[in-house]
Structure formats: structure tokens, C-alpha cells
Design a protein around this ligand. Structure first.
Ligand code: ZN
Ligand code: ZN
Length: 238
């Protein structure tokens, strides 16, 4: 934060140069006591460099990343999948894709798909029931980091592209707004939000006969439910 405050407006608006990396992510579940993993990895790095064969295999230090561990919410809310279609759903197959509007910066990153797979161990495949794109409202989305294969599940009441613009602005301005911006800010030398993500809209609350309040309520419940399929992005603390 201090670094952000010392920048002039001009400096903070300038695009930072980014590099891609082949560094291997070392992903573990976050726990306040496991920050020593990064410390141990760094402290013993010289050992891996001391033998020629090892140095050849381990050329670059791994990126230490943490997945979010179970929260109280995960424990308290049922994770059982029911066969019922949730309220506000159609039963026909849908798909997620680009809006193809000129100047849309998100079309290239939107996954053209009719299913999505959670990165959680069981790797469950889900169907997408709605026809949705970057302009859709009242949606649940998944943003997957292509480098760490961790996912962020979120919801957007306004048009989805506006929500994505918010995420991009937070990362650009160094604002630690959510787990997603934290992940990209903590890994800013190796991660580029404009390139290293795969985005999918996985669900929409469509019912026009519902009050806005009811739609918001359902959207929130669906976000909690669907977030359970993902191996979450959490903050890197090293
Ligand atoms: Zn678009
Ligand atoms: Zn990542």
C-alpha cells in the first residue's frame, strides 16, 4: 500500500511490463502456520543448485501459491448435488461465448463452451443451462488462472463485462479487493490478468417475473453452491 501511495498518478496509470514464466507453481492449502513452506523452499534453494543434475532439472524457483482452505461456510452449507433443476433454470442446454461486440476486451478470454469443470479433486463436469455472453446480467462466473489452475467463482448483477472491468481496474491500481485481485497482485511478475485467465459464465438467473431482491438472493445462493466445485484462488503469502 505504501508503494501505491508513493506513485504519481502518471506512474500508476502506466502499463507495467509483464513476462511469462515457466516456473512451476507449488500449490498447498493455506494455513497461517504454513507460511514457513515458502521460507523453507527459499532457504534450501541453493541446495538444488549445488548439484549439476538437480540444477538442470530445477532451473527456476517455484511460485509458492496457496489454495483457500475450507471456511465455515463450506462446512455449514450442504454440498450434496440434487437432481432438481434450481429455481430460475430452464432444462435445455445452453452455452457461454463471446458477445462479439466491437471493442469488447473480454471476448478473446471467454471460453466457448457448454460445460465447465471444477478444478477440485473430483473434477466434476457441469452443464451450462443458459445462453450467456460478456454482456449477460445476473450471472455466476468462473475465472481460472491458467498458470496455477486455481479458480475464482463470483457473481455479477450488472452486465458481466462491467464486473470484469472492475477486476482489471483493481489489479491495475493495486487494490486488494478480492481473492482474485490479490492473486494477480501477489504474482504480478509472472501473471497477466489480460492473458493468463480462462473465463466462463456458468449460470444465469433469468426469471423476469421475480423481484430484484429475490433474484439477488438466488444468485447469492447459487454462487455459494457453485463455488464448492472449485479449487480456490487464495493469497500468496511468502
Ligand atoms: Zn464480449
Ligand atoms: Zn495463478
Amino acid at each position: 500500500m505504501r508503494k501505491v501511495l508513493s506513485l504519481t498518478q502518471d506512474e500508476s496509470l502506466r502499463a507495467r511490463e509483464r513476462h511469462t514464466t515457466n516456473r512451476i507453481p507449488l500449490v498447498t492449502t493455506y494455513n497461517p502456520r504454513t507460511s514457513y513452506i515458502a521460507e523453507v523452499a527459499n532457504r534450501n534453494w541453493h541446495f538444488l543448485q549445488s548439484k549439476e543434475r538437480l540444477a538442470h532439472i530445477c532451473r527456476e524457483r517455484p511460485i509458492i501459491a496457496y489454495r483457500r482452505s475450507k471456511s465455515l461456510r463450506d462446512i455449514l452449507v450442504s454440498t450434496k448435488l440434487t437432481g432438481r433443476t434450481p429455481e430460475g433454470h430452464t432444462t435445455t442446454m445452453g452455452s457461454c461465448g463471446p458477445c462479439n461486440k466491437p471493442k469488447c476486451s473480454w471476448c478473446v478470454l471467454i471460453n466457448k463452451t457448454s460445460t465447465f469443470t471444477g478444478t477440485r479433486r473430483d473434477g466434476k463436469v457441469f452443464d451450462i443451462f443458459h445462453i450467456v455472453n460478456c454482456q449477460s446480467t445476473f450471472v455466476i462466473y468462473i475465472i481460472e488462472c491458467r498458470i496455477c489452475r486455481l479458480q475464482y467463482v463470483g457473481k455479477s448483477e450488472p452486465a458481466f463485462n462491467l464486473r470484469l472491468n472492475n477486476h482489471r481496474n483493481h489489479i491495475k491500481r493495486g487494490v486488494y479487493f478480492c481473492e482474485l485481485s490479490e492473486h494477480f497482485l501477489h504474482n504480478s511478475t509472472s501473471h497477466d490478468f489480460g492473458k493468463d485467465v480462462t473465463i466462463a459464465i456458468i449460470e444465469q438467473i433469468k426469471q423476469s417475473n421475480m423481484t430484484i431482491e429475490r433474484k439477488k438472493e438466488i444468485l447469492r445462493a447459487r454462487e455459494i453452491f457453485l463455488a464448492k466445485s472449485a479449487e480456490h484462488i487464495a493469497t500468496e503469502r511468502s
